[in-house]
Design a protein around this ligand. Structure first.
Ligand SMILES: [Cu+2]
Length: 290
């Protein structure tokens, strides 16, 4: 009897907690309303089954509690009940899975006008690469990666020379412009996640994974790594600033290209040689590494 009452209180408490919880998802800032709808549907199916099953148990506790002289009836088969349960379960599972498949299909079918962004993850941080004026990202190879070529771009690929390199955990995006996120990892699994965009995917070493979204609210958002990736995982945070076209283009024009980085490295190399030859301490920074 008491067990039944406790059970009932748990059900009522769970439903009330869901209605009045202060911990609900953040406001959406992308095109993926479909993700939210899918989760809401999952909630209704899962929550409905939870309440129904628990209420049935409460009913059983009261209806079939011990009474002297009452005997249990053995019923090995009930065709009608089995039919109902099979169909109800089938419909429930289909309602859970089908919308997800539809959204997934949209999620990986990238619109033609999407801007490609190379998101590179490492233990523990992010860096980003955008196409230059040719609108195309250069090809890369993991074995090319070094201090002078942090993205591993193939030096002789003409498409790569004008690529814009953002060696920072922070990136800017243009409002209402779809982006294709190309994920790479140099070490272990990571996951580039901005809760407000409702989109994420694992970055897997050795392959390039991708998805797309369209930011639709100007503002600053936090980037989190959503795949446990070692002791520094908690600190693998970054940021996204969604800007209007004017501000975004201004920001973009201030970023370094691969060509500029090469020129800078060459200059540094020449300076080093010069300094060594003349045995002069031209620049303290140059000696820092030695
Ligand atoms: Cu990570």
């Amino acid at each position: 009897m008491h067990a039944g009452i406790i059970f009932l209180l748990v059900i009522i408490g769970s439903v009330l907690f869901h209605i009045f919880t202060p911990w609900y998802w953040t406001d959406i800032a992308s095109n993926w309303q479909g993700m939210d709808d899918t989760i809401t549907l999952t909630f209704w199916v899962g929550g409905g089954v939870f309440v129904a099953v628990c209420l049935f148990m409460v009913y059983c506790v009261f209806r079939y509690s011990y009474k002297e002289g009452r005997k249990a009836e053995y019923k090995p088969e009930d065709k009608k009940l089995e039919k109902i349960l099979t169909w109800a379960t089938t419909l429930g599972v289909a309602a859970l899975l089908a919308p997800g498949l539809i959204i997934w299909n949209q999620y990986v079918n990238v619109p033609k006008n999407a801007l490609e962004i190379d998101v590179m993850a490492w233990q523990w941080g992010w860096q980003y690469r955008l196409p230059g004026e040719d609108g195309k990202l250069g090809t890369t190879k993991v074995t090319n990666i070094n201090d002078e070529n942090p993205f591993g771009i193939n030096i002789d690929d003409p498409f790569g020379r004008d690529d814009v390199l953002v060696q920072s955990d922070y990136i800017n995006l243009e409002n209402n412009k779809p982006v294709k996120i190309l994920l790479r990892s140099v070490d272990v699994l990571h996951n580039w996640y901005v809760p407000q965009f409702r989109s994420k995917m694992d970055a897997v070493p050795g392959i390039v994974t991708f998805y797309w979204f369209e930011p639709n609210k100007v503002g600053e958002y936090e980037v989190l790594c959503a795949e446990y990736c070692g002791v520094g995982h908690y600190a693998m945070r970054g940021g996204v600033e969604v800007q209007n076209a004017g501000d975004y283009n201004k920001w973009l024009s201030e970023q370094e290209t691969f060509d500029e980085l090469i020129a800078k490295n060459e200059l540094e190399f020449e300076n080093k040689k010069l300094a060594k030859n003349n045995n002069l301490n031209l620049n303290k920074d140059i000696y820092k590494e030695e």
